[in-house]
Design a protein around this ligand. Structure first.
Ligand code: DUT
Ligand code: MG
Length: 576
């Protein structure tokens, strides 16, 4: 999965990557040639007292150093830019994918997880890419080239390289292998901390109301402690890393000096060659260490890549048609034909064999106990989910054959949980109709019985709305959501329990005001209160996903026991 993501998202940056590799190559070769030049200066210049040679070679070294610095700066700059661009592309691809998801797929991953995946996990992969740009070329060349150059200086000491490299690999490998499981757990605990925190922020009112703060603090504390324990554990091993590496490097330098000294005494080696040999050994060991370090990041990034790939590989269960229908001349209302629906992963269907039709100009009410499937039924019409069986038609056309835009244009949905976006009252209403004028907005608010409180707000239509509409009351939010649907003047109105947060008098007034607006439209009302729907043209009674009654209020009172029960229970509640 990691490879696949890298291949897909790095492809546009092929040319930049080529430049980076080229620049790194030049820089690495330059840095490999420096110790050897230095050795020449010492052995052929300093020892023989040849000042002209020293100046000439010194000039060379200066030139090579400047070249190396310039190439490294350019490579790092280009590499960082490509890696960041890579991250940006993955995030935007991820975002587009999630935007195409239906509620089913969003529910499968969960919002917090989707957010972590698109931020933290992408960053993990991006870091690997960045490190890869720096090391991919320089590390292997330094290792191989360093060995060759060191051998050129002196073959007699080569066994020291052969001894030092495995020692360093074993030491760093051991330390890193202790850290990897810690990294994994860290990621998981980080998720826990995020989750608990998120839950508490969302549920802060409930927590206060039930005096659960000590309990919740404890819960957060536990998750937080777990995270810090693991981090400390990892940190301990991490702190052992640097001394170990330094120890191996210095010990091998001492060994080179020791054995090299003996060889110089015997006249087998020159002083310059010895200094160059030490520098090459350090360069090789550095490259080995960095490569081991990069190898650690691979499993971590690969876990993250899997998590990203899972989302990128999930296609929406609601697929828009290739060539959707945009224009329909007839106004045929709404029809459910043998509709069945099962939530993903659920054993039992939520809706079975639902049949009814609602003509234009008719009001259809849906009533049923909690969990009967009313919201589900409504959500199937704008294709928040797709039916498992049967068909739903709007204007005689299967909703799955509509162009999504055209379908949504016909529908005004007021969801059970009214969601408003951060912005102003006006910006929220414009979600319903982007070019709505002020007059249209006030008109819609008037019908939705929202004029009073909106005009009482300090800035009227331009008053601020917080994210999710949390600075408004539940009933106020509902009324804005209703106005948002009305302003659109759709053919099909879907009210999901939209009057429940309104007091009885406002409810009645609102329905009164709605009547002229919805004269030619198909209206579906989900309601809890029987009196809200007594005047409906037809009432669908749902019980556990089955339609157990269909007819007007009076008909159902005589034919449908479930409906009788609902009515009786509400009358009793009113009387008491
Ligand atoms: N359900 C799921 N997954 C969901 C939503 C609902 O499994 O994402 C189940 C829970 C419930 C059934 O579907 O048993 C019907 O839910 P729905 O929200 O349609 O019920 P409702 O009639 O709208 O209930 P309420 O009156 O509480 O709004
Ligand atoms: Mg519901």
């Amino acid at each position: 999965m990691l490879l696949q993501i890298l291949r897909t998202y790095l492809r546009p940056y092929k040319r930049e990557i080529g430049y980076v590799m080229g620049l790194q190559l030049v820089a690495t070769i330059a840095s490999l040639s420096l110790p050897s030049l230095n050795a020449d200066i010492i052995d052929k210049g300093v020892v023989l007292g040849d000042t002209a040679y020293i100046m000439r070679m010194g000039g060379w070294m200066l030139g090579v150093t400047v070249l190396q610095i310039a190439c490294t700066i350019a490579a790092v700059y280009l590499g960082a830019r490509s890696a960041m661009a890579f991250g940006r592309d993955v995030r935007s691809g991820f975002f587009r994918q999630v935007a195409s998801f239906s509620s089913r797929e969003v529910g499968k991953f969960g919002a917090p997880s989707l957010i972590t995946r698109n931020t933290n996990d992408v960053q993990q992969v991006q870091m690997l890419v960045m490190l890869g740009f720096t090391l991919m070329v320089s590390a292997p060349i330094t290792m191989v080239g360093g060995v060759i150059m060191a051998l050129r200086e002196d073959v007699g000491l080569s066994w020291l390289v052969a001894a030092a490299v495995p020692v360093l690999v074993a030491a760093t490998g051991f330390i890193i292998s202790r850290m990897v499981p810690g990294f994994r757990r860290m990621q998981r605990y980080l998720d826990d901390v995020n989750r608990v925190m998120r839950e508490q922020i969302t549920g802060i009112r409930v927590i206060r109301a039930f005096v659960r703060e000590p309990h919740e603090s404890g819960r957060f504390g536990a998750a937080n402690d777990d995270l810090s324990d693991v981090s400390i554990d990892v940190g301990r091993w991490m702190s052992a890393m640097f001394p170990t590496v330094m120890f191996v490097m210095n010990a091998s330098s001492v060994a080179v000096l020791w054995f090299g000294g003996i060889r110089i005494d015997e006249g087998l080696m020159q002083i310059g060659a010895l200094t160059a040999f030490i520098t090459y050994l350090v360069q090789i060991l550095m490259a080995v260490m960095m490569s081991t370090f990069m190898l650690v990041m691979v499993p971590r990034a690969s876990v993250s890549a899997d998590r990203i790939g899972e989302v990128l590989g999930t296609s929406s269960s609601v697929v828009p048609p290739e060539e959707g229908i945009t224009e329909v001349n007839t106004r045929g209302g709404l029809e459910f034909r043998e509709v069945g629906f099962t939530y993903a992963g659920a054993e039992h269907p939520v809706l079975c064999d639902v049949n009814f039709s609602a003509a234009a100009g008719q009001t259809t009410a849906i009533i049923g106990s909690t969990g009967a499937g009313k919201s589900t039924l409504l959500n199937l019409i704008p294709r928040l989910f797709d039916v498992s069986e049967g068909t739903i038609t709007v204007d005689g056309v299967d909703v799955r054959d509509f162009d999504p835009e055209a379908l949504w244009q016909r529908i005004g949905l007021v969801p059970q949980k009214a969601y408003l976006f951060s912005g102003t009252i006006a910006s929220n209403l414009r979600y319903g109709k982007p070019d709505a004028t002020e007059e249209e907005m006030w008109e819609a608010l008037e019908i939705a019985q929202a004029t009073d409180f909106v005009s009482a707000m300090s800035d009227g239509l331009d008053s601020d709305v917080a994210q999710g509409g949390t600075n408004l009351s539940g009933g106020q939010r509902q009324r804005i959501a209703i106005a948002r649907a009305i302003i659109r003047q759709p053919e099909v109105y879907l009210f999901d329990d939209s009057f429940s947060a309104l007091d009885v008098a406002t409810d009645a007034r609102l329905r009164q005001a709605l009547r002229p607006v919805t004269r030619d439209a198909t209206v579906l009302i989900v309601a809890q209160r029987v009196f809200t729907i007594t005047e409906a043209d037809q009432i669908v009674v749902l019980e556990d996903g089955d339609v157990v009654g269909l007819g007007s209020h009076d008909e159902l009172l005589t034919t449908c026991p479930t409906y009788q029960e609902i009515v009786e229970s509400q009358l009793k509640a009113e009387a008491s």
